[in-house]
Design a binder for this molecule. Structure first.
Ligand SMILES: CC(C)(COP(=O)(O)OP(=O)(O)OC[C@H]1O[C@@H](n2cnc3c(N)ncnc32)[C@H](O)[C@@H]1OP(=O)(O)O)[C@@H](O)C(=O)NCCC(=O)NCCS
Length: 353
């Protein structure tokens, strides 16, 4: 497709996919590891269990499965992808990027590939980037993945953090659509002054890893939970309002809100501020915990495949995360029910199954 560089196209999501590892880590399991209780974790976070990657699974392994499902639901193959954007804080390695490893595993011969580091807001940031690429005609098909193996940077001796995080991957395909449809708005922001509320202190160019730092769990997530909680509620509220305003919508116009799943009480506080009914808010934190950049695309795929998101629905995404970063986006859903392969090898609409 040839597009003049100054022309702007609409951009939409044409496919979704997700994958979570098989191993389930329950609150009861955690009771045996740290001084905590199932009751405390449920009451303070809403989490009941989370998934943990197998020892041989790295982020790219989870991502590839989610990506293949997203491509299939869009009726595409890996050769159709122009760009692969991977939102992650837990790449397989620092070099090469996680995206290049995924590009190789998918066999996406025509794709550029790179990572975006925006912690739990990574999916929204990737959406903003992908939207720009497709809108300007720089790319026709962008594969955007949010993937984390947070269990690899979690300290299972620290009860303040280890109860929160889980592993998983979600993916979407971004493609052009008529202007005014699909993604209606994006709002993205950051504040590095607050960087220390959520950090992995060692292992970068500032503080190289040493045996002592490793022993002190310097390679794991350190968090000031209480501070982060307040920042998160304020930031998500602000961002969602900005994204709604850009889209010329009010909170009550949303058919579904898909918030980043960090803490049920944070989601509740945001929902109450915006006066959104519970049935219009997607909550799956009880099953997956906080999967950072993967939480929104995992939730979206579940919502699409269960028929909770239908063509014409207005869906809001909102997230906050380390950095700190935050953002929101509104989409008017344009896709029909996802395409799935049947046993006979033909494709049919999942909703007709
Ligand atoms: C982490 C979080 C769940 C803690 O909940 P909270 O209500 O703020 O709890 P507090 O920090 O006030 O801790 C209350 C008590 O519970 C204790 N506690 C902390 N974790 C515990 C656990 N897993 N089990 C039992 N007790 C725990 C604390 O030590 C504290 O004890 P103290 O009063 O004797 O010092 C909450 O602050 C939160 O979710 N913050 C945001 C985190 C987040 O979203 N991070 C990711 C960003 S994307």
């Amino acid at each position: 497709m040839t597009v003049r560089p100054d022309s702007i196209r609409g951009v939409t999501i044409t496919g979704t996919g997700m994958y979570v590892p098989e191993r389930v880590l329950t609150n009861r399991d955690l009771e045996r590891i740290v001084d905590t209780s199932d009751e405390w974790i449920r009451e303070r976070t809403g989490i009941e269990e989370r998934r943990i990657a197998a020892p041989e699974q790295a982020s790219s392994d989870l991502a590839v499965i989610a990506a293949e499902r997203a491509l299939e639901s869009a009726g595409l193959t890996a050769a159709d992808i122009d760009q692969i954007i991977v939102a992650t804080t837990t790449p397989d390695r620092i070099l090469p990027s996680c995206a290049c490893t995924i590009q190789q595993k998918l066999g996406a011969k025509n794709a550029a590939a790179y990572d975006v580091f925006a912690a739990c807001t990574g999916f929204i940031y990737g959406l903003g980037l992908g939207r720009g690429l497709v809108a300007t005609g720089t790319a026709d098909t962008v594969l955007l993945i949010g993937v984390e193996t947070l269990s690899r940077i979690t300290n299972y001796k620290d009860r303040n953090t280890c109860v929160l995080f889980g592993d998983g991957a979600g993916a979407v395909v971004l493609q052009p659509c008529p202007p005014g449809e699909g993604l209606l708005s994006i709002h993205m922001k950051s504040d590095g002054d607050l960087g220390e509320v959520l950090e992995v202190p060692a292992g970068g160019s500032r503080t190289a890893m040493t045996p002592d730092l490793l022993a002190a769990a310097g390679h794991t997530i350190h968090m000031k939970g209480k501070e982060l909680f307040k920042i998160a509620v304020r930031a998500m509220d602000e961002s969602l309002r900005q994204a709604l305003e850009q889209a010329e919508l009010r909170p009550e116009d949303l058919d579904l809100l898909i918030p980043h799943q960090a803490n049920l009480r944070i989601i509740e506080a945001v929902r109450e501020r915006l006066a959104l009914p519970l049935e219009k808010t997607l909550i799956n934190i009880q099953r997956y915990g906080n999967t950072s950049s993967a939480s929104i695309p995992i939730s979206l795929d579940e919502a699409v495949r269960s028929g909770r998101v239908k063509k014409g629905d207005r869906v809001g995404f909102v997230a906050f995360g380390g950095g700190v970063t935050w953002g929101a986006s509104i989409i008017r859903w344009t896709a029909e029910a996802p395409l799935v392969a049947t046993a006979a090898g033909t494709a049919r609409r999942e909703a007709e199954a």
